[in-house]
Write a protein that binds this ligand. Structure first.
Ligand SMILES: [Zn+2]
Length: 204
C-alpha cells in the first residue's frame, strides 16, 4: 500500500490517498478542491473507490458529492452523516459552496472496515463535532480535526464540546504503541511526540 498526500483549498485541508496494489484508492477527507483531487488521481494513475470522512465540515467534505457521482462510495459516522445534508457542515457560515449528499455507508466506533483490501479501524473521537472519528490503518493514525501537531481542534462550532474533545484526545494518547499522526490540517506528527508535547496532555 502507498500513501499520497495533497494539501488544498482555502483552509489547507490535508487529503490522504491510500492506494493498494491494484491502484484502487481510499481517500481520507477529500477536501473542497475537486480539480486538484482529480489531478492527483490521474497523475498518480489510481482510481478513487472510496472516500472516508473524519467529519462533515465543508473543508473536509466539500467535493464528496462530485467524487460520489464519479463512482466513489462515501463513508462517514452516523452522527455526522446528517450534516452532509444540512447547514451543520458550516459551508454557509464560511460562504462556501457545498453539494449536499447522502453518504453510502455510516460507520460507528470500534468498527474495522475493509475497503479495497485495506483494514481501517474507526475510533470515535467526539469533541470537534459530535460525530468526529479518527482512522487507524497499520501504524498510521488519521486524526481529522481532533488532534494536530501540538494542538487540538476547535470546539466552538455547532455540536462541538470541549470536555468531549479532551476525553477523545486522551483516548488517542492511550493507544498502545507508536503511530504517525496525519491530521486534517498542518503538519504530520507522531503520537509519542504528542503524548509528550501536546498542551492537552495535562488538560483537565
Ligand atoms: Zn472541522
Amino acid at each position: 500500500m502507498k500513501l499520497y498526500h495533497l494539501r488544498s483549498g482555502p483552509l489547507r485541508v490535508n487529503t490522504y490517498f491510500l492506494v493498494n496494489e491494484l491502484n484502487q484508492a481510499v481517500v481520507i477527507d477529500s477536501g473542497e478542491n475537486y480539480k486538484k483531487v482529480k489531478q492527483v488521481e490521474s497523475e498518480c494513475g489510481f482510481k478513487i473507490e472510496a472516500v472516508l470522512l473524519t467529519h462533515a465540515h465543508f473543508d473536509h467534505a466539500g467535493n464528496a458529492k462530485k467524487l460520489q457521482d464519479d463512482g466513489a462510495k462515501i463513508y462517514i459516522s452516523e452522527l455526522d452523516a446528517p450534516k452532509l445534508l444540512n447547514e451543520q457542515n458550516l459551508s454557509s457560515d464560511f460562504g462556501r459552496e457545498f453539494d449536499y449528499l447522502t453518504a453510502d455507508y455510516t460507520i460507528v466506533d470500534g468498527q474495522t472496515l475493509n475497503v479495497c483490501g485495506i483494514d481501517i479501524k474507526v475510533i470515535a473521537t467526539p469533541g470537534h463535532t459530535d460525530g468526529s472519528v479518527c482512522f487507524l490503518v497499520g501504524n498510521m493514525l488519521f486524526t481529522g480535526d481532533t488532534l494536530f501537531l501540538e494542538s487540538v481542534g476547535r470546539t466552538d462550532f455547532i455540536t462541538g464540546d470541549r470536555n468531549e474533545l479532551v476525553k477523545s484526545v486522551k483516548k488517542l494518547f492511550a493507544l498502545d504503541g507508536e503511530y504517525t499522526v496525519y491530521p486534517g490540517h498542518e503538519d504530520f506528527t507522531t503520537l509519542s511526540h504528542e503524548r509528550k508535547y501536546n498542551a492537552f496532555v495535562d488538560y483537565d
